[in-house]
Design a protein around this ligand. Structure first.
Ligand SMILES: [Zn+2]
Length: 528
């Protein structure tokens, strides 16, 4: 059978976890047309000799944050060159819609390159249409963020929603699901998500469940409250009889290392009882978040403008300083300022890559004062990397059969204005395959690929992606399992991996020999 493109003599890792097998794979009109024994000799527009390298489904990054960065980097180099062919946004309670005019103004104010954003977007449908019009190298779909629903209806208030407010949120959610949102996400450490009681999330998840969609949660705590926070997420799925995805699973803070053994045991226990819960993880011992997430929830009520007003009020500032100096509970572990490294500071690019404690020491001032000054000067837009995890935990979570790979990073490219990002945006998938498969043997190659392809595809309802099988879209990556490696480090994060030779998106070569080709064959993926 003739084909547009044949990849010959490949070791096919099919995305379902099965042992690799050798085959020729033919691609026609964007889809995998056939899989035949090597040497079938079928004519092709282009033939690629795989020479025994691995042909896998393109990676599906089930936990990404490229919602806005794709407007600056539509070729998505940091993801594409890792072999990612489908990017999932709208995570951690934040999505690029629905937005009120005030929320949109704030989004533009905090964005590194507001001029790259489309002129007006309010709904998730607007967001998806804008990306579609722009044209992307990778496929893109997204969740709708609970934080957006809540903020659009009731601002950033620290209280439970009334019945009317909950109904208004549900209505906005319905509209986003109509627009094709893959699921509902929550970010329960961020304002205003952190103000929502569990019942609110259960009620809204039910709306998503009725439409066959997913509930994905950045849970309420990953330190002292890790287990109860996992239980809270599980309860949403149990009560709503729907699927739950727990994001970037980890135990953060030295005193909590090892707790993932118990949280994963809880997942096993409830899965045995029929609760459909799965997780994802990025393969690093450091996380990245906003510096404002370290401030107490009361200080963040009302959103960034209200937070900045509080920081300008000397009395409130001293109360905040006192709280930051004598942190208790969840925050105590988080604020070892020697482990918190600045990643994004527009006004002090020279501080990016340095620990908060280090900068405080240099300036002869207590770290909490430097933190409050930074938040005020940068109007809340400060990104930090936190070295809070245990390597043994990372391996334990990775090896669990219900855990997928998700970067928690963004599609980025060469542009210093984006600061010194977490290397996960550039290295996640290659790091799992190089370090944790080849070098440390935490996973078999086929199992690791399953966690990057077939498993997230099934989770997201992408029935014709994530597998090397006839009829599936030809999202494919050709890689060398002997040389694949991440090269992005915390010191030098914007470096692409080695060992990935070819990336096809919908049958079109989107990257070759470590460079995007410039093609934009990506599709916007809408559920329903
Ligand atoms: Zn998150």
């Amino acid at each position: 059978m003739p084909a547009d493109l044949v990849i010959a003599n490949a070791r096919v890792v099919d995305g379902g976890g099965n042992p690799w097998y050798r085959a020729d794979v033919g691609v026609t009109q964007g889809r995998i047309a056939w899989i035949l024994p090597p040497g079938s000799g079928a004519p092709a527009g282009r033939a690629v000799e795989a020479g025994g390298r691995v042909l896998a489904p393109g990676f599906i990054d089930i936990h990404g944050h490229s919602d806005l960065s794709l407007f600056s980097f539509p070729l998505a180099p940091s993801k594409l060159l890792q072999g990612v062919t489908t990017e999932v946004g709208g995570n951690c309670g934040w999505s690029a819609g629905p937005l009120t005019p005030e929320m949109e103004r704030q989004v533009r104010a905090e964005h590194p390159r507001p001029e790259d954003l489309p002129p007006g977007f309010r709904t998730l449908g607007d967001h998806l249409a804008s990306l579609e019009a722009l044209g992307l190298a990778v496929n893109y779909g997204c969740h709708v963020g609970h934080g957006m629903l809540r903020e659009a209806v009731m601002g950033s208030q620290d209280r439970a929603a009334t019945g009317d407010e909950l109904a208004a949120m549900a209505k906005l959610l319905e509209a986003a699901l109509d627009d094709g949102a893959l699921g509902l996400s929550s970010g329960l450490i961020y304002a205003p998500g952190c103000y929502a009681p569990p019942e609110e999330l259960t009620a809204l998840a039910r709306v998503a469940y009725r439409r066959g969609r997913l509930y994905a949660s950045h849970i309420r705590g990953e330190g002292p409250t890790l287990e109860q926070s996992v239980a809270e997420a599980i309860n949403v799925g149990r009560q709503g009889s729907g699927p739950v995805q727990i994001a970037h699973h980890k135990a953060s803070g030295r005193r909590h290392w090892g707790k993932v053994a118990r949280s994963l045991a809880l997942v096993d226990e409830v899965r045995d009882q029929g609760v459909d819960v799965t997780l994802d993880q990025y393969p690093y011992v450091a996380s990245q978040t906003d510096l404002t997430a370290y401030l107490p929830a009361w200080a963040r009520e009302g959103g960034t403008p209200a937070l900045l007003d509080r920081l300008r009020d000397p009395a409130v500032r001293s109360r905040l300083l006192a709280e930051l100096t004598h942190l208790r509970g969840e925050a105590e572990e988080l604020a070892d300022w020697s482990l918190v490294v600045l990643a994004y500071v527009r006004g002090h690019r020279e501080w990016e890559g340095r620990a908060v404690a280090d900068i405080a020491g240099e300036r002869g001032r207590p770290a909490p004062e430097v933190v409050l000054d930074l938040v005020l000067e940068e109007e809340g837009a400060v990104g930090v990397i936190h070295f809070g995890m245990d390597e043994a935990d990372v391996r334990r979570v990775m090896a669990h059969p219900a855990v997928m790979v998700g970067s928690d990073g963004s599609a980025l490219g060469p542009d210093p204005i984006w600061g010194k990002p977490h290397p996960r945006s550039y290295g996640t998938f290659a790091r799992v395959l190089g370090r944790y498969v080849r070098e440390e043997r935490v996973l078999r190659l086929e199992e690791a690929v399953r966690k990057m392809t077939g498993m997230p595809a099934a989770r997201l309802g992408l029935t014709d992606r994530g597998r090397v099988a006839p009829g599936c879209w030809a999202d494919l990556v050709l890689l060398d399992p002997e040389t694949i490696a991440d090269t992005a480090t915390f010191e030098d994060p914007c470096r692409h991996p080695t060992g990935i030779d070819l990336v096809l998106v919908n049958g079109v070569v989107a990257a070759e020999d470590g460079r995007p080709t410039g093609a934009r064959p990506g599709k916007v993926l809408r559920a329903g």
